[in-house]
Design a protein around this ligand. Structure first.
Ligand code: PMP
Ligand code: GLU
Length: 402
């Protein structure tokens, strides 16, 4: 037989970009496998292991026979724990029937895109945005409408900007806070202003991605869905990957108006079914159990944020904000555009990251993947030693650009 040609692949996938975060971490792995000492600050993944009591709960669940298919939207024990958590921590009213557990928040967002978008609908994405939002909206047949905020406004979109982007085709507004990739946190008044704009349009949903909820340095987390103006039309996305260091468990969830939750369950029932049984039991234990490990991780990220910011601020031409959450910093490095080391000219953020990978052996992700061409993302979920060494190497390599 003749080998298959690219043309057999669907237009949908040919038009799709690969996930830049996953691609960069793979490139770092490959360079490392060739014997290079690469420090990867590219992947947004806690460097901590899952807390012991959660692992123990999974082992116990396996012994107890949680090895079968589960109800598509999740085990009752987990949906109840999530509903309780939403009420007690976020002041959100989602009954267990309004909760859908998925194989990661990534799948939750995919479900929503498939459930809400018709061909030609617009989805407003507040930028800088998490890399996968854009492609997931396109997969759902929607058109992403990007509303951007630069470093000078702490990467936070204003109500006036949002208002100007709304059209009769707008279906939802999607954003994360604490934000990946900027670490910015929308404060209560800022969320209120955004919610007031959306409240004027009765068919627009808010999708609030709160996966970094527990990594917030500035204030107690505020859920936009708890604000009067946003009640009943907010879908809250969350998951276990970040706050509980459970990336490999693949567990995320939404709380949503019943009609939306039921539509997401319908899709999930045809493509993946319910998430892993014993993982769900352990996830319920995570929500119901002691949170001291979650707070200890947050405190460690805060120390690293301070370390990384001080060191980056010493490098000429690197402009930082002071991220209030998550474990990312997103410096503006546009002052390097047009500079060269004699061999390579850095014309944009992609070139900048390629230069750092090849000359400093530090893997980071270009802002272009997040809708911000002047910036690059550092994930500082790494040890102090790695962070210090990575920034020292970056500083040396950047000093050669003239
Ligand atoms: N949303 C944001 C903002 C993220 O950074 C991530 C990171 N993976 C996700 C959603 C998806 O998380 P997961 O699928 O691991 O639950
Ligand atoms: N959310 C993380 C990141 O932004 C993990 C990678 C991914 O899921 O794309 O790096």
């Amino acid at each position: 037989m003749t080998p298959a040609k690219t043309s057999v692949i669907s237009d949908r996938i040919l038009k799709m970009s690969e996930s830049a975060t996953l691609k960069m971490s793979q490139m770092a792995r490959e360079l490392r496998a060739k014997g290079n000492d690469v420090i990867s600050l590219s992947l947004g993944e806690p460097d901590f292991d899952t807390p012991e009591h959660i692992k123990e709960a999974a082992k116990q669940a396996l012994n107890d026979g949680f090895t079968k298919y589960t109800p598509v939207p999740g085990l009752p024990v987990l949906r109840e724990a999530i509903s309780k958590k939403f009420k007690s921590e976020n002041d959100l009213d989602y009954a267990p029937s309004q909760i859908v557990v998925s194989n990661g928040a990534k799948q939750s967002i995919y479900n929503l895109s498939m459930a809400l978008l018709n061909e030609g609908d617009e989805a407003i994405v507040l930028a800088p945005y998490w890399v996968s939002y854009y492609e997931i909206i396109k997969l759902g047949g929607g058109t992403p409408v990007i509303v951007s905020a630069g470093i000078e406004q702490d990467f936070k979109v204003t109500a006036a900007q949002l208002k100007a982007a709304i059209t009769p085709k707008t279906k939802f507004v999607l954003f994360s806070s604490p934000c990946n990739p900027t670490g910015s946190v929308y404060q209560r008044e800022e969320l209120e202003a955004l919610a007031n704009v959306i409240a004027e349009h009765e068919n627009i949903f808010i999708i609030a991605d709160e996966i970094y909820e527990y990594i917030n340095f500035s204030s107690k987390h505020v859920s936009i869905g708890a604000l009067e103006a946003a009640k009943d039309r907010t879908i809250t996305v969350n998951g276990f990957s970040k706050g509980f260091a459970m990336t490999g468990w693949r567990l995320g969830y939404i709380g949503a108006p019943q009609i939306v939750a039921s539509a997401c369950t319908k899709i999930q029932g045809q493509v993946t079914s319910g998430a892993t049984a014993f993982g769900q039991v352990a996830a319920a234990a995570a929500l119901n159990g002691d949170r001291s490990t979650t707070s200890a991780m947050r405190d460690a990220y805060l120390k690293r944020r301070d370390l990384v910011k001080v060191l980056l601020d010493e490098i000429p031409g690197v402009k930082t904000n002071n991220p209030q959450g998550a474990f990312y910093i997103f410096p503006d490095i546009s002052s390097y555009f047009g500079k060269s080391d004699g061999n390579m000219t850095v014309n944009n953020a992609d070139d900048f990251c390629e230069y750092l990978l090849n000359h400093a052996y530090v893997a980071v992700v270009s802002g272009s993947a997040f809708g911000a061409d002047n910036c690059f993302r550092i994930s500082y979920a790494a040890s102090d030693e790695q962070l210090k060494e990575a920034i020292r190497r970056m500083s040396d390599a950047l000093a050669k650009l003239k």
